[in-house]
Design a protein around this ligand. Structure first.
Ligand code: ZN
Length: 345
């Protein structure tokens, strides 16, 4: 079967590649339909590693996927051939202590698509545990189904924030994840979300949503904008989604006394944090690593129409043109939000 293979840093090929797998009694076989290109896929392509995850052998990319069930294992009861689904890419050891606690995203034994040495899903067929495969309602498209994975991170951040109705939030960083966080925060009850970045095209896209205000920090101080929006009190929640050292060092200045900081962005290197700045306002600091137990909620919000992710899909690229799609993802970072690869029928 053909797959998009990262042979080594900087080298992709679209070639025959068999991922050894057999259909277990609790698995489903899925014909892949749409796969989003994630920043992490692009980072493995350009850098060959993320932190201590290093690509040492050819690896199939892709983890943001939707498709159609074509075969179900003998013990699968909630899915059948023909069901349209999306897939949660991180699979824990179900007997682990983390899984038993419901925090399976931080199970040390978790395997996650397209995180070395685990292959991803940019291939026409995949086998996946039925328990991590979710049926899409009829009015949710395959394209939206493939957006559930990145939106799940926004959901995790919004849940961690413990938003109260009417909160005012700030999101630093308008990459795809910052946008997902902003939309999840609005759906979670925020009255307003202020999104800050340097890239105007991305701010224009997210700023088109009702309830979202944007600040281009090239021309305007974010601290001043937040003070103006909150009578000088500060934001109830600050979602740090840039991973940029200056944003991290000054995030406490944006929050109100007793507010919350949610760390979503991942800095490449360790960065300094102003501990006293956090203490002086008794800020609650939360961290986010992927997500757990949010797929059903994410799909329900998309199906309800309360969250519309379609404006964030910049282009659909045929599977045969995947390599060009990845090159576009490297080059058009400032203007594209989400590129998706669509498999042949
Ligand atoms: Zn992703």
């Amino acid at each position: 079967m053909k797959a998009l293979v990262l042979e080594e840093k900087g080298k992709l090929s679209l070639r025959d590649f068999d991922i050894p797998a057999t259909l277990g009694p609790r698995d489903v076989r899925i014909r892949t339909h749409t796969v989003g290109i994630c920043g992490s896929d692009v980072h493995y392509y350009t850098h060959g590693k993320i932190g201590h995850f290093v690509v040492r052998e050819p690896m199939v990319l892709g983890h943001e996927a939707s498709g159609t069930v074509i075969e179900a294992g003998a013990e699968v009861t909630h899915l059948q051939p023909g069901d349209r689904v999306c897939m949660e890419p991180g699979i824990p050891d179900p007997t682990s202590r983390a899984a038993k606690l419901g925090i399976y995203n931080v199970d040390p034994a978790v395997t996650f698509w397209a995180t070395p040495p685990v292959h991803g899903c940019l291939t026409p067929e995949v086998i996946h545990p039925a328990a991590f495969t979710y049926k899409l309602p009829d009015d949710v498209s395959f394209a939206e189904g493939a957006m559930v994975e990145p939106f799940a991170i926004g959901m995790q951040a919004a849940l961690r924030a413990r938003i109260q109705p009417g909160d005012i939030a700030v999101v630093t960083g308008a990459g795809p994840i910052g946008m997902m966080v902003a939309l999840a925060a609005l759906a979670g009850g925020c009255a307003r979300v202020i999104v800050a970045d340097l890239a105007q095209p991305k701010l224009d896209i997210i700023g088109a949503y009702d309830g979202i205000e944007t600040v281009n920090i090239r021309n305007r101080s974010l601290a001043e904008a937040v003070a103006a929006a909150t009578d000088g009190w500060g934001a109830d929640v600050v979602f740090e989604c840039s991973g940029a050292a200056p944003a991290i060092l000054s995030m406490h200045q944006l929050a109100r006394p007793g507010g919350a900081i949610v760390l979503v962005g991942m800095p490449v290197d360790p960065v300094p944090v102003d501990i006293v700045g956090l203490q002086a306002k008794e800020l609650r600091v939360e961290t986010v690593f992927r997500y757990a137990n949010v797929y059903d909620r994410a799909i329900a919000l998309i199906a309800s129409g309360k969250v519309d992710l379609k404006p964030l899909i910049s282009a659909s690229i045929p599977f045969e043109d995947s390599i060009a799609g990845f090159d576009r993802a490297v080059e058009a970072r400032e203007t594209d939000v989400k590129l998706q690869i669509v498999m042949p029928e």
